[in-house]
Structure formats: structure tokens, C-alpha cells
Design a protein. Structure first.
Length: 337
């Protein structure tokens, strides 16, 4: 029997806005062993022309690598909560989930095209792209009109659709991610049902239960590689997730690789030579953490100033000017402390 792939790059989600747990990060799996490269919240992951790209959501940047290490970093400030990332015709195609859009971005960061779904902000929860016969398809949680209107309301309403025509090709899904069309068969991570959906032409749709939040899907000739994440809503979420290996014919589990973060976003098989290069010199693939720390500090400062503004609004009608000023001074001292 053919051995499963044992070398991957893996992006892992962390806490973002009001969802997720932990820091997230970037992992290289070399010969079945996971190596943490950094702890920066990350989403989309792809390969093009021998280079590997990921979206470091914690930095709002596209980061590129070759076998010698980090080679490219492009800030994408105009998007919000980018989920997926592919390269096509010399441009990055990014799913800006937080603005309900798909963006085409050139190598210097200019947005050259936009496709926008109806609804405000994260209305549809657009996420993962898939190219079929030259046409882009994308997964969505449902056709909602309000920001995060899908929360608690998306069971059975998710679908995969042709981006240009709007035609739905897989329906009745539950928070879907990672649509893939392989040999005439649709495979989709039915995330909120903790399953992988398999839809073959002329056959009844199958749902393969995998025991956790399914997101991240890769394949080779013989196997499927599915990310199975911990339940972020559990009272004590697990601190690891797994790549579950399925036989493409029988759909039975052949192997598992543990990933040392609670949530997987994407899985990208790589050559043993590439993963060996990462394992030999991981520092070459790491981003300077100073930028991440600075961004975190900026966020904390902004939260503090928002507290001050809210305190001023609430207290001003009730207290004298001097008392308000005194309380604000105390809060400012605590903030810069």
C-alpha cells in the first residue's frame, strides 16, 4: 500500500475579534513531526511557481517563502479578516471575509478588482476558493444580509457556488470550508457538522463524521488530508488539533498527525526536501516577532483610549468637571503604567 504524505505546511487560527482561542501560528510537519515556526494567527496557504504563501492574519500581510526561507512580505491593510489566498495570473486572490468580498491584489498591494456579495460586513462568511475548469468557486455559510447573521442560523444553509454566475453546485451544508472538485467528485469540509461531505454525480451525498470541526483539506493520488480542530466552545478547549488521513477510495481513516494548536485553517503538502530545509534552519522561515508585539501593544493602547472615551461620556453628566478629570488621570496612568 502507498504510504501517506508526511510533510506539510499548516496554518493555524488564533483568537480574532470575538471568536477563536489561543494565538494561532505556522507549523511545518517534517516526516510526521510538527515544528512550530511562529505563533502568528494565520489563515490562507498556497503554492505557486515553487514559492509558498500564507496569510498572516496577525500581521494583515501575505508572507512568501522559498526553500531558503522568508522572501516576501506584503501588507494588505485594505482587507478585513482574509481567510483564503491563491495566486492566479500574476495576482493574489484574497477572500476578505470581513467585508464580504473577493479581492484581486497585484504584487505591490494594489487592489485591481473586487467582487462583493450582498450584505454588510461578514454577512455570508465567504471563505475558501476552488478553481474548476478555469472558473472560481467559493464556499459560504448562507445568504444573510447582516453582519454575522449566520451565527446560530446557518445549519443547512451553506453552499458552494460559481463566483461569476452565482450558480450553487453543492447545497444544504453546515458552515462549509475547503470545497475541492477531484475526478468529478465534490469534497467539502462540513465544519459545523464535524464531517467531510462527499458528493459524486449520480450518487447520494455522503457525510463522513470526523469528530471535530473540519477545516483544511488537501489530497494526493491516494489520500485526503483533513484538518480536524478542537471545539472552541468547549469549557476547556483542547490545545491541539490533527490532520486526519483518509483513503480516497474507502474513505476510511489511515493515519493521524497531531498539530500543536487548537485550530487548523489550511494544510499544504510539501516535498520532503522542502520540509527538511525548514527543519534544518527554522530561523530562516520566522518573522521578526517585534512587529507582532508592537501591533499587540497598539491594540491594547487603543482599547485603553476607548475606555477613556466611554468613561468620559458616562461620567460627565453625573460628576463635576474636576472629578471627571481626576478619574481620567488615574486611568491614563494605569494605561501607560
Amino acid at each position: 500500500m502507498t504510504d501517506p504524505q508526511r510533510c506539510f505546511l499548516v496554518t493555524c487560527l488564533g483568537a480574532y475579534d470575538d471568536s477563536g482561542v489561543g494565538t494561532g501560528g505556522f507549523v511545518c510537519v517534517h516526516e510526521g513531526q510538527a515544528l512550530i515556526l511562529d505563533k502568528i494567527d494565520s489563515t490562507g496557504l498556497c503554492e505557486h511557481g515553487g514559492s509558498h504563501y500564507r496569510f498572516a492574519r496577525g500581521l494583515r500581510a501575505i508572507v512568501g517563502y522559498d526553500a531558503s526561507g522568508l522572501r516576501y512580505l506584503l501588507k494588505v491593510p485594505g482587507a478585513r479578516d482574509i481567510h483564503d489566498l491563491v495566486v492566479s495570473s500574476g495576482r493574489f486572490i484574497c477572500v476578505s471575509t470581513g467585508t464580504n468580498e473577493v479581492l484581486w491584489i497585484d504584487p505591490i498591494g494594489k487592489v485591481t478588482r473586487r467582487w462583493k456579495a450582498e450584505g454588510e460586513r461578514d454577512a455570508w462568511h465567504l471563505n475558501c476558493l476552488c478553481e474548476v475548469d478555469g472558473r472560481w468557486h467559493i464556499a459560504a455559510f448562507g445568504r444573510f444580509s447582516t453582519h454575522r447573521g449566520w451565527v446560530g442560523e446557518c445549519s443547512g444553509k451553506g453552499f458552494v457556488f460559481d463566483l461569476e454566475s452565482g450558480r450553487e453546485v453543492v447545497t444544504g451544508l453546515n458552515g462549509p470550508h475547503n470545497p475541492r472538485f477531484l475526478d468529478g467528485t465534490w469534497f467539502v469540509c462540513d465544519s459545523h457538522a464535524s464531517a467531510l461531505v462527499v458528493q459524486r454525480s449520480g450518487e447520494a451525498t455522503r457525510s463522513i463524521p470526523l469528530g471535530g470541526f473540519t477545516r483544511g483539506l488537501a489530497w494526493d493520488e491516494h489520500f485526503l488530508y483533513v484538518g480536524v480542530s478542537a471545539d472552541r466552545k468547549a469549557q476547556i478547549p483542547a490545545n491541539h488539533s490533527a490532520i486526519v488521513v483518509l483513503d480516497r477510495v474507502t474513505l476510511e481513516i489511515a493515519m493521524r498527525f497531531e498539530i500543536p494548536f487548537p485550530e487548523i485553517y489550511e494544510i499544504l503538502p510539501v516535498s520532503a526536501a522542502f520540509s527538511a530545509a525548514v527543519a534544518k534552519n527554522p530561523a530562516a522561515f520566522q518573522i521578526d516577532q517585534a512587529e507582532e508585539r508592537f501591533a499587540a501593544l497598539e491594540k491594547q493602547v487603543q482599547i485603553g483610549w476607548n475606555e477613556i472615551a466611554e468613561l468620559r461620556r458616562r461620567l460627565a453628566p453625573l460628576l463635576g468637571v474636576e472629578e471627571v478629570r481626576g478619574r481620567l488621570v488615574q486611568l491614563k496612568r494605569r494605561l501607560v503604567g
